[in-house]
Design a protein around this ligand. Structure first.
Ligand code: SF4
Length: 229
């Protein structure tokens, strides 16, 4: 086993202890409602998406029902999520394509999914993995950041990082670890200050260069606090 794969196993053990059965954080009941929820979650918190989807799904639980709504009506349901006008248009157009080209159901096919308006690689990966059981490793900005901080990838794009993570984590774990990293990031990674020494993963997984960089970043603040006004 390579050093990197060994590190990945240790990280997975910590994640298993902290988040043993990670649930999908977006409320949904089937592949279509998952697809809609994930598409809505771009640049928006899962909490906000879960607040708007009950009313939307009560009215439009299927592509055919979504298609029967106007873009303005869809926008009325989702106006509180970011980029609501563009997302409303994309949801309407995607519903049309699902009805016209896929018999009104979500296809279990990555290429067909990314061909839908408003559906990028990450959304398609999440749907393929969580709705259809495909082994995927979707990477969003949070997973990308942690893969760098833990020294598991130097990839610059989500696709490059996903490929690196697929190399070091065992295939049957991909969907689970993807969710676990999201939960870990939310519960442990603050936006600003990081105590690497106290962190259950960075305390041993972060590179020496990063530990030194964090120390340098914290040093001026300490000096400023020590200087009398
Ligand atoms: S130190 Fe902990 S909290 Fe900070 S980035 Fe690393 S994993 Fe996240």
């Amino acid at each position: 086993m390579t050093a990197l794969a060994d590190k990945a196993r240790r990280i997975e053990a910590v994640l298993d202890a902290l988040h043993p059965s990670p649930a999908i954080p977006l409320d949904h009941v089937d592949p279509y409602t998952l697809l809609v929820a994930v598409a809505l979650s771009a640049q928006t918190t899962d909490k906000k998406v879960n607040q708007v989807t009950p009313a939307l799904f009560a009215r439009a639980p299927t592509p055919a029902a979504m298609r029967a709504l106007s873009v303005e009506e869809i926008h009325g349901f989702i106006r509180e999520v970011n980029f609501a006008p563009a997302k409303a248009k994309a949801l309407r157009r995607a519903a049309e394509m699902l009805c016209d080209e896929h018999g009104g159901v979500v296809p279990a096919d990555f290429d067909a999914l990314v061909a839908l308006p408003g559906v990028g690689n990450k959304t398609a990966s999440v749907v393929m993995g969580q709705a259809f059981g495909a082994e995927t490793f979707p990477v969003d900005t949070h997973i990308l950041r942690l893969a760098h901080r833990w020294g598991l990838s130097k990839g610059r794009t989500p696709d490059q990082v996903s490929a690196d993570l697929q190399r070091v984590f065992a295939r049957p774990s991909w969907n689970k670890v993807h969710l676990q990293i999201i939960y870990f990031g939310r519960s442990h990674c603050p936006a600003l200050r990081h105590d690497l020494a106290a962190c259950p993963i960075c305390s041993w997984a972060a590179s020496k260069a990063r530990i030194a960089a964090e120390a340098r970043a914290a040093a001026p603040k300490k000096r400023r606090r020590a200087t009398p006004a």
